[in-house]
Design a protein around this ligand. Structure first.
Ligand SMILES: *Cc1c(COP(=O)(O)O)cnc(C)c1O
Length: 376
């Protein structure tokens, strides 16, 4: 069976985890955490990056940091993971879902303004498949209406928009190092990017259970005390050691994924040209990270037949998000702004092919052959 995903392993992870164990410092903010954070601050040109247990935790930190309160409204696409919405619903916010663009499956920037009310506080662009949302338009709206922008860049590590790293453009960016993403922190993990320097001090306090422990360890205060609400949003240094083994080879992982992505694209271009399927669109001005290769079929029946055909060839392919506004929780805590022209219909057509760092050329060829045979 060719799996849909297999977590990336480059080789150095175990030795670094051993080093962390030998150092005797396993809790958060140890040596490997510092290394990973510095690396990301430099590579992504961000004033402060903090490792967290997950992208979900990063999004929750963002909602706490921006003082989201009951009655506040938050704008996001409905075609996203539940955590994007839950983080704000936990603070009492209501979600305004905006339709997606059929070409990138990202929030349609031209439909955001109609969803803004005097209760709107935040726009959350989700960079689907590591392909950037139209950030210039989104940042201009945020400026005009004095809103915050929290980028859900769970899938966008190492992607750029007009030369800027995804996650580094809005006020806050959130990364995932879950094993299904391009880089893993041993299964679960995340980071929060604080692009607005005025948020850094409070972010450190919220992440350290509401205490100023970070300042204490830097020698800035002589005792640490309860200063704010907060929780435990640190990553174990053993996980950070695993992540360091991956970040050190980030370019190598990225390049391999791009080779696989481009091979799928070229091999399936004839099917796209004949309009039998739709291939992903990568707009100009951005560089993606090959997080995902999806194709879109005619409709849900065609898509399900394809998934079955692939399963019979021992290949796992999977569909993606059930739009949040169609779920019971989405109906309770959210509302779709305007008409759902594309979210439901496009999500029903989409299927993802296996794409992971350790996928061999031979296995990829099997996936391509099985895909072509479905349409012949
Ligand atoms: C994976 C993902 C998340 C959640 O990431 P975790 O690290 O598993 O919490 C959130 N948003 C999007 C868009 C994702 O793809």
């Amino acid at each position: 069976m060719i799996p849909f995903n297999s977590p990336p392993v480059v080789g150095g992870e175990l030795a670094y985890m051993q080093e962390a164990i030998t150092s005797g410092k396993l809790s958060g903010d140890g040596g490997f955490t510092q290394r990973c954070q510095k690396w990301m601050e430099q590579h992504f040109d961000c004033p402060k990056v903090l490792l967290t247990p997950s992208c979900t935790a990063s999004l929750e930190m963002a909602a706490l940091l921006l003082n989201i309160r009951p009655g506040d409204e938050v704008i996001m696409p409905s075609f996203t993971f539940v955590s994007t919405a839950n983080a704000f619903v936990l603070r009492g916010a209501e979600i305004r879902f905006v339709d997606i663009r059929p070409d990138t499956m990202n929030i349609d920037e031209s439909k955001i303004e109609a969803a803004i009310t005097d209760k709107t506080r935040v726009i959350v662009p989700v960079h689907y498949a590591g392909v950037a949302c139209e950030m210039d338009a989104i940042m201009a709206l945020a400026k005009k209406y004095r809103l915050f922008v929290v980028e859900d860049a769970a899938q966008g590590v190492m992607s750029t928009y007009k030369g800027k790293a995804l996650g580094s453009i809005g006020d806050i960016g959130c990364f995932s190092f879950h094993e299904t993403k391009n880089y893993s922190a041993g299964g679960e993990g995340g980071a929060i990017l604080l692009n607005d320097a005025t948020l850094i001090e409070r972010a450190e306090i919220i992440r350290e259970k509401g205490t100023n422990r970070s300042q204490f360890f830097r020698g800035q205060v002589d005792k640490y005390t309860w200063r704010d609400i907060g929780s435990s949003y640190l990553m174990s240094d053993i996980q950070a050691a695993y992540l360091w083994g991956q970040l050190e080879h980030a370019e190598q992982i990225n390049q391999r994924r791009l080779v696989l992505w481009n091979c799928y694209y070229q091999s399936l271009t004839p099917l796209g040209d004949s309009k039998r399927i739709e291939l992903p669109t990568i707009p100009a001005d951005l560089i993606h990270n090959a997080h995902m290769f999806y194709i879109k079929l005619r409709d849900i029946d065609d898509r399900d037949a394809f998934i079955n055909h692939m399963k019979n060839s021992d290949i796992l392919t999977v569909f993606h998000y059930i739009p949040l506004h169609t779920c019971s929780m989405g109906e309770k805590f959210g509302r779709f702004s305007g008409e759902d022209r594309f979210t439901r219909s496009q999500s029903e057509r989409l299927v993802r092919l296996p794409l992971f760092y350790n996928l061999t050329d031979a296995d990829q060829q099997k996936v391509i052959n099985a895909t072509l045979s479905f349409f012949s």
